[in-house]
Every structure is written in structure tokens, then in C-alpha cells.
Design a protein around this ligand. Sequence first.
Ligand code: ADP
Ligand code: TYD
Length: 203
Amino acid sequence: MFISFEGIDGSGKSTQAWLLAEALRAEGRDVLATREPGGSPGAEQIRRLVLEGDPDRWSAETEILLFTAARRDHLERTIRPALAAGRIVICDRFADSTRMYQGLTRGDLRATVDVLHAMMIGLEPDLTFLIDIDPAEGLGRALARKGTEERFEDFGVAMQARMRAGFLALATEFPGRFRVINGARAPEAVAAEVTALARAALA
Ligand code: ADP
Ligand code: TYD
């Protein structure tokens, strides 16, 4: 079982991915929690290239290549071996993030993302939790965190709003694997719903 968490910055994905991993481990399940960009040593190096520095550092096309290269390494070295060993893999962001961030922010590059995904990745999660939240609230949470990984957070609230709409459209496009979760609640309330849906999918 391969589970991903998606949503705009600050929606609570990392918090929820962690809480789900803990809940499933408490039931005795073997869980690998990982994240993108990153999740393998090579992909973590690429993470620094794409998340730090000037917002104009890379074109959208170059970014698609970098995120896909990181994903390919993550897939080869971390995700595929864990799935082959029968583990549950929980990933904080996966290809849907590239469809949205690189596919939508600077023109319509969704088709390019999908072609490269089919060629180099070819795997979709079994279950995707979209943590949905008001863009201003998400951006407020993300900026309060303050760090060096802010290339995309600099895009501002209007872009976050477009991204939110894009993620909701993606959930309609792939209704089989997507579960849309209201993220504007206490973390425990969100986690209870996520855990119940994951258990149902595992059963
Ligand atoms: P993401 O991974 O989607 O960017 P995080 O899980 O890192 O989101 O959460 C962003 C910030 O908001 C963190 O400081 C986190 O503690 C806080 N946070 C997470 N979930 C909630 C929630 N349900 N309500 C309020 N704050 C939250
Ligand atoms: P992440 O660490 O999940 O940030 P946050 O906790 O703020 O949501 O992801 C870092 C950034 O990388 C985020 O702004 C989205 C961006 N990103 C892409 O642009 N494309 C991708 O394919 C992925 C996986 C992430």
C-alpha cells in the first residue's frame, strides 16, 4: 500500500503523514514514512537545489526534470524496495505536487509533467489524502515556520489559491485514489478521519 499526502504549503500534510504513520505502527503495521522532494540521499541533495535560493533560479521546465530526477532516485532506492518488502509507504507529497506546482505556476505544463511521469515513474499512490485548507491560513502557517526552503512560498496567496483549486480538480480527475480532507480543524480531528479512511482502504 502506497499512500501520499498532498495539498498547498502549510495545509498540515507533514503533521498528518506523521500522525498516520504513528497510528498504523501502533497497530503493529510496518510503515515507512518518507517525503518529497527527498527520501533518498541523492534526492535530498536535489531538494536543496530546488527549494533554496532565488525564486527565478530555475525555469519550470528545468524544475520538472529536477523533481522527476529526485523522484526516480527516491523510487529506485526507497519506495520500490519498501513496497516489495510488504511495507506500507507513506509519502509527504508525490507526483501530484509536480502536476500542480510545475504544471500550473508558469503556464500550462501539465502535459509535459505527465509525459515525463509516464516515462520515468509510472507509479501512482493507491491512496492520496488531499488536505484542503484556505490559502491564507495555509500560507500563514507556512510562513510562521520560517526556514530556508521558501522558493515556492514566495509565490504568495493568489498562487496558493490557484493551486488549491488545481488540487481539488485533480481529486475529481482521480476519484478512485483521492480523499479530500478538511484541514481547518484541530490536528487530532483531521488525523482521526485520515486514520479511519486508511484503515478502510487497508481492510
Ligand atoms: P505542510 O507539510 O502541509 O506544509 P505542516 O504539517 O508542516 O504542513 O504544518 C504547517 C504548520 O502548521 C506547522 O507549524 C504545524 O505545526 C501547524 N499545523 C499543522 N496542522 C495544523 C492544524 N490542524 N491546525 C493548526 N496548525 C496546524
Ligand atoms: P514541502 O517540504 O512539502 O513543503 P511544505 O511543508 O511547505 O508543503 O515541499 C517543499 C516545496 O516543494 C513545496 O512548496 C512544494 C514544492 N514541490 C514542487 O514544487 N514540486 C514537487 O514535485 C514537489 C514534490 C514539491
